[in-house]
Design a protein around this ligand. Sequence first.
Ligand SMILES: Cc1cc2nc3c(=O)[nH]c(=O)nc-3n(C[C@H](O)[C@H](O)[C@H](O)COP(=O)(O)OP(=O)(O)OC[C@H]3O[C@@H](n4cnc5c(N)ncnc54)[C@H](O)[C@@H]3O)c2cc1C
Length: 410
Amino acid sequence: MPVPDQAQQPRIVIGGFGAAGAATALALVAEGVSPADITIVDANPQAGVPPKGPDARILALNAGSRRFLDAIGVWERLAGAHWPMRAMALSDSALNEEIRPRLLDIDAPAEEGAPLAHMVPLGLLNAALCAACREAGIVVLPARITAFQAGPDHIAIDMGEAGVKAALLIGADGANSPIRRMAGIVDHGWAYGQTAIVATIRHTLPHHGEAVQHFLPSGPFALLPLDENRSSIVWSEQSSIADRILKEEPQAQLREIAHRAAGWRGEITAVEAISAHPLRLMLARRFVGERLALVADAAHVVHPLAGQGLNLGFEDAALLAEKVADRLRLGLDPGAPDLLESYQAARRPAAVAMAFATDGINRLFSNDSGPLRVLRDFGMGIVDRLPGAKRHLVGAAAGQGRAAPRLFRG
Ligand SMILES: Cc1cc2nc3c(=O)[nH]c(=O)nc-3n(C[C@H](O)[C@H](O)[C@H](O)COP(=O)(O)OP(=O)(O)OC[C@H]3O[C@@H](n4cnc5c(N)ncnc54)[C@H](O)[C@@H]3O)c2cc1C
């Protein structure tokens, strides 16, 4: 393993070379930090290689994330590998009802001429981010961060046989973040008892760029548009039912999916790349420690029903990079406590708000209560008739209304 010598110690070490870690590194460079001042460390030597396994997550990225990826030089690398989501329809019904009525249509764009979101395969996104890091000359060490010790002017980071000193450690090491645990940062949350089944399906009717969210008693079932007769599904199901379905033969799985889609895309002809993701809510009590900042899933995990997890993570990356670059430009310490506190003060409330909004929607809709259904359907009917309310919903999902970081504004 190449170990930086004392004269080449990086000023910033990023633990984790997933989408969030790579994006944070590129955001720092886009903000003017020298690539030589950044080192990424990842425990998995395959990080950044598109997965050959079954994780077929295709993420909805909002307008802010698209501008961010453009600004860090990654969007053009994804040419031909993303599909626009132009509208979304919501329905609410019991599983065995033959008709899923269309209760709310969301088609107001977050910005003129732009789609609501872009569907981007996570594997290709990771690969594009990682290739951009390597081309920028950012050092990537295949190692596991095993311990660290913060002092007044540096943080000493252990990676098994080797170690580095830096001014700041950024934890981008995912939902189970060893860095968060090693820092002694407590997290709050709960398991949903739901598992997200993700797959790509082929169907006979075109979707015309429209996404569908069927709220069903066991959890939301989303059909998300890819190319014309293909959609990605994100199906949150009670874990016991999901476990049974995942063990079934492919034809039986196809029938279960068709039952939930209820003909909205015609006949379903194929199911590909099925994978399962147990769902939970997690919020770190603090997003920062001594010379430490957490970003993305290391700091927060939210229900995927609104497709917001990595959108939040990219905004963390953009804001942290902005603050760190501004300090370095003035010759100041990028790991100073006031910088870290201001990062946390901006990002933790945004993550808490999204966690509780998605949790609330999941609780309100994932049940079989008749009176509750009448109430929520009445509410959706009202929103459907108010264009201003719809625009507000779309704007909130696109991250508008908050003071967005520079790279998010484009
Ligand atoms: C079903 C589902 C659907 C979703 N849909 C959407 C969507 O539509 N839109 C959206 O924005 N988000 C969505 N998300 C959320 C999104 O997938 C995650 O937010 C994102 O993938 C997290 O990326 P990350 O880089 O934070 O973590 P990870 O991808 O987990 O990367 C963490 C990295 O850290 C490394 N690591 C771990 N420990 C160490 C260590 N000790 N030292 C060094 N490296 C270490 C790991 O090897 C890994 O490479 C969805 C999530 C799910 C489950």
